[in-house]
Ligand binder design. Structure first.
Ligand code: AMP
Ligand code: ZN
Length: 494
């Protein structure tokens, strides 16, 4: 496997710290509002990476924090006349619920910033003791000049940053780039006791502390959106390596930004979409399918028209599974044709599986992996439109394998084809069978078989009116029917 590492700006062979195990950390949300679909894209990307690593057989320890104290949370709490804790807890619950709706698996551990304060104080003390941080009037700052590698993640030169970047000017800081590890309490803000007086942690320190506590040093994957590379991840790296003296992370993975209708998503442009509102309108599998058709590192354009197109793509996959299931029931009892008339469907199944894995092994290329599944769908549809009722043994097993392979591979990407597809034939078919064939049950598949048998019998008896009534009735319910030398073949077109 190869992954693109932001730190080295290259694709590298993926070798984990411990064989068979992956330790990964993905920065979580700041809970002052419902998450938007940009946040959702980043969380979905890393959920998919995790699912794939687990499918490959790795034991994955996945840590994701919740930033439950922060300026934006405090601002909202003050505006609404409630406590920061109340605001944070409301949106933490909402975040977890929205993640579940999107099919994102819970992290192994979900530490909260407010529950990690003593450990943060401990790391800040270590940094002060090591000459990497200093206190002024109850605030503690990290000294970027004390860490020679500062800038290596985002590829910036510390001296250029001073002139190139807009930084808040605080005369008390030794260097304008120095950032807060601890902020002294201001009126109306939540605060905790510390050796430097009452206050609260700066944003960056929590991720350094939580990842060290849960994953140790030099863990495998650190993820987040590309907008976090600087300053957040640059600062995490500096804090952690300065505090521990060890490399912080092996592979840094950054997700591309989501845009809406080719514009940056922002509140002021009014194109700000919340995940929960999108999920009220579209199935999670459709949202996942849309997002995963773009590589996680590339920018992604999100729009209703793309979602609508994706519904059709998703239906193609659903129909494929439905038709394969149907073909399997039809052929299960067949006699078996000679091997020389085998269609080669099995080769397509094996190719799809190999291509899926090769694409995912290449920096988690979900777009290529999905293309492999769609190619299988295409091959299977050709097969289904040409197949004979008496199949060779290879073809018979390939039908089942095509179905389970499509379901398994899509499942790795969190795209589910519901079981209900199996019985998704219209209920009217039961009624049609009752009228035309005397079928007395309530099972749609059995009803279709009864109709086909009735039609075959009618044709033998030259009862063309009945034979046509069966065909027209099925066509009216959106089936297509073809006669082959081996018998009638029916496909349901959804
Ligand atoms: P925040 O709550 O702002 O810290 O963001 C949580 C996660 O969402 C971070 O990993 C961000 O990088 C990511 N994120 C924010 N905006 C976008 C966007 N438009 N597209 C993709 N990811 C985003
Ligand atoms: Zn972080």
């Amino acid at each position: 496997m190869r992954v693109y590492n932001t730190l080295t700006r290259s694709k590298e062979e993926f070798v984990t710290r411990e064989p068979g195990k992956v330790a990964m950390y993905v920065c979580g949300p700041t809970v002052y509002n419902h998450i938007h679909i940009g946040n959702a894209r980043t969380f979905l990307s890393f959920d998919t990476i995790r699912k794939y690593l687990e499918w490959k057989g790795f034991e994955v320890r996945f840590v994701q924090n919740v930033t439950d104290v922060d300026d934006k949370i405090i601002k909202r709490a003050n505006e609404e006349g409630r406590s920061a804790a109340e605001v944070a807890s409301e949106y933490t619950v909402a975040f977890i619920e929205a993640m579940h709706r999107l099919g994102v698996v819970d992290p192994t551990v979900r530490p909260l910033c407010t529950e990690t304060i003593p450990q943060m104080i401990d790391m800040i003390q270590r940094l002060i003791a090591g000459g990497h941080a200093y206190e002024i009037d109850g605030d503690v700052y990290f000294s970027v000049r004390s860490f020679p590698g500062y800038g290596k993640l985002s590829g910036r030169d510390i001296d250029e940053m001073r002139t190139g970047t807009r930084i808040e000017v605080d005369e008390r800081k030794a260097d304008p780039l120095d950032f807060a590890l601890w902020k002294s309490a201001k009126p109306g803000e939540p605060h905790w006791p510390s050796p430097w007086g009452e206050g609260r942690p700066g944003w960056h320190i929590e991720c350094s502390v939580m990842s060290e506590a849960e994953l140790g040093v030099a863990f495998d994957i650190h993820g987040g959106g590309a907008d976090l590379t600087f300053p957040h991840h640059e600062n995490e790296l500096a804090q952690s390596e300065a505090a521990t003296g060890h490399p912080f992370v092996k592979y840094w993975l950054h997700g591309g930004m989501l845009q809406v209708n080719e514009e940056k998503m922002s509140k002021s442009l009014g194109n700000f979409l919340l995940l929960k509102d999108v999920l009220d309108r579209y199935e999670a599998s459709v949202v996942r399918l849309l997002m995963l058709q773009t590589h996680y590192r590339s920018p992604l354009d999100f729009s209703d028209s793309r979602l609508d197109e994706t519904i059709h793509a998703y239906e193609r996959l659903e129909n494929l599974v439905r038709n394969l299931r149907w073909a399997r029931t039809l052929t299960a009892k067949g006699e078996g044709a000679p091997a020389e008339v085998c269609s080669g469907l099995k080769v397509h199944v094996d190719t799809a599986r190999q291509k899926f894995e090769a694409e995912m092994d290449d920096d988690f290329n979900t777009a290529g992996a999905l293309a492999a599944v769609f190619e299988l769908a295409k091959a299977a549809n050709v097969f289904l439109s040409e197949y004979q009722v008496d199949l060779c043994e290879d073809d018979k097993s390939a039908i089942g394998e095509a179905e389970t392979t499509a379901i398994e591979l899509l499942g790795v990407l969190g795209i589910d084809i519901p079981e209900a597809v199996e019985s998704a034939y219209p209920v009217e078919v039961v009624e049609l069978a009752a009228t035309l064939s005397g079928y007395a049950g309530d099972d749609a598949e059995a009803a279709i078989k009864a109709l086909l048998a009735a039609r075959a019998a009618a044709r033998t008896e030259k009862n063309w009116a009945l034979a046509d009534a069966v065909r027209d009735g099925l066509m009216g319910l959106n089936f297509t029917m073809e006669d082959t030398p081996q018998g009638a073949r029916v496909l349901y077109n959804g």
